[in-house]
Design a protein around this ligand. Structure first.
Ligand code: ACO
Length: 430
């Protein structure tokens, strides 16, 4: 009779073990029971890069990579992108349900009124080198916020968590925009509470001498949709960093700095910049076939294609492609778009890409849109960090309230030298 369990035979001694299967997993700690003697430590699972290890149960984001499905708290990403706003989606992520009207208004009001930074933060930013990368500034200053809000250490106090969550979602665009203005030597533009979340970000980024900045509504909405699409993506590298650092009971500003640092890496938050560089290198649509030949010969990878989880069209890429047209109507069509469309057309019909199940991912079109809106390449990872902050905080809270979680501490198998005696410096061999 079928049973939800796994039977394992240890061929070293013929012993058999039966482990329960729950939610498609066996508990790694059950492997410890597999021993050849009383002194034996027991078996461990070896899983570099955690490619097949579920480290938590989560009720936040659901991905079916084979079918190209992404849900936040059960809501399909397509419906959120069409009907929701970034702040409403952030509420959904951090609180678990879509808000009623009065709750949404209170949340938006709260976020809007926490956008200012302590003036001392400006002094930190001023201290960075004139050409400092804005993501480096963001990582440093978001961590520094912990020194301004010492009650943030009270991570098991629900009210403190609520306030820090609002502060982080509210202040991260201000830090991001100030980092950008510093990197180009311009005076900071202060938040404008009359504007929406993304309208205000555009204001703080691009305001010049005008008394009141008026964001273009099409670009404001496109940025809002891009933020919805980037708000969470379950246990990726930066979210794992957030959970790991948070598991030591560090305050949320320090944990967010760690998550942002993970996002800074080119394999995570830097891929859309790599796409733009690749499209610029190719130059024009007629050069695409020759470039594809080189990709297939293994000379390089096609940036913005393939994903560890999605083995189908990334649902976020589909939505981004749809909003691109509305953005280009305002900004003028990017010549890189023709190169991208030709690349996609050829790849989707090519045996190599079809058999490897390589489809455009979220980064394939997002960079072209950000660039058309006037954001420099350096800001791309920062633009990823801003909306992902809500996802990081939702995951952090879930981790703290999960009774099964404790300080994260993976195991290793030791492969260094066996025990040896210390030799005085002159007696050591060449
Ligand atoms: N172009 C060409 N070939 C590729 C590509 C690509 N973009 N991606 C994977 N492949 C091939 C590999 O060469 C390999 O082929 P082989 O089995 O014949 O040797 C096979 O597909 C599997 O590749 P892996 O590296 O094992 O796949 P993995 O799941 O580890 O990698 C990754 C996923 C890193 C995203 C990869 O597809 C890649 O490098 N893509 C380009 C960079 C990129 O767009 N990154 C953004 C990811 S989305 C995000 O982080 C928000």
């Amino acid at each position: 009779m079928a049973k939800d369990s796994l039977t394992v035979t240890d061929n070293r001694n013929g012993k058999t073990y039966e482990f329960p299967i729950e939610h498609g997993t066996v508990r790694a700690m059950d492997l410890r029971k597999i021993k050849t003697s009383e002194e034996d430590f027991g078996l461990m699972a070896y899983d570099p890069a955690f490619t097949n290890t579920a480290a938590c149960r989560s009720g936040i984001t659901y991905i079916d990579g084979d079918r190209g499905i992404l849900h936040y708290r059960g809501y399909p990403i397509e419906q959120l992108a069409e009907h929701s706003t970034y702040l409403e989606t952030a509420y959904l992520l951090v609180k678990g349900e879509l808000p009623r009207r009065e709750n949404l208004e209170a949340f938006v009001h709260n976020i809007t009124h926490h956008t200012m930074l302590h003036e001392n933060i400006k002094k930190f930013i001023d201290g960075f080198h004139y050409d400092a990368h804005p993501m480096g500034i963001l990582v440093g200053t978001v961590g520094a916020l912990s020194t301004f809000y010492t009650e943030a250490k009270l991570i098991f106090d629900a009210e403190s968590r609520r306030v820090q969550t609002h502060r982080l979602i509210a202040k991260i665009p201000t830090l991001a925009a100030f980092a950008y203005r510093h990197s180009i030597g311009m005076q900071y533009a202060y938040p404008d509470n009359d504007l929406s979340y993304t309208g205000n970000l555009l204001n703080m980024m691009f305001k010049m001498t005008e008394l009141k900045y008026r964001p273009n509504p099409v670009l404001e909405r496109a940025l809002d949709v891009l933020f919805i699409l980037h708000a969470d993506h379950e246990q990726n590298c930066s979210t794992t960093a957030m959970r790991c650092v948070g598991s030591s009971q560090a305050d949320p500003y320090s944990a967010t700095a760690a998550a942002a640092a993970a996002l800074y890496g080119p394999l995570h938050g830097g891929a859309n910049e790599a796409v733009i560089r690749m499209l610029m290198e190719i130059g024009s649509a007629d050069k695409v076939p020759a470039y594809m030949k080189r990709v297939k010969a293994g000379e390089m990878r096609l940036m913005g294609f393939g994903h560890r989880i999605y083995k189908n069209y990334d649902p976020r890429a589909k939505i981004i492609k749809e909003i691109a047209d509305s953005v280009f109507e305002v900004t003028g069509r990017s010549p890189l778009l023709d190169v991208a469309l030709e690349l996609e057309r050829i790849a989707l019909a090519d045996d190599y890409f079809v058999s490897h199940r390589l489809y455009p991912n979220v980064d394939f079109y997002s960079g072209i849109i950000y660039q058309a809106m006037g954001f420099p390449l350096d800001m791309f990872p920062v633009l990823f960090a801003i909306p992902r902050t809500a996802g990081w905080l939702a995951q952090w809270t879930e981790m703290l309230l999960d009774e099964e979680q404790k300080i994260a501490r993976p195991r290793q198998t030791y492969s260094g030298p066996p025990m040896r005696d210390y030799l005085p410096v002159d007696e050591r061999p060449e």
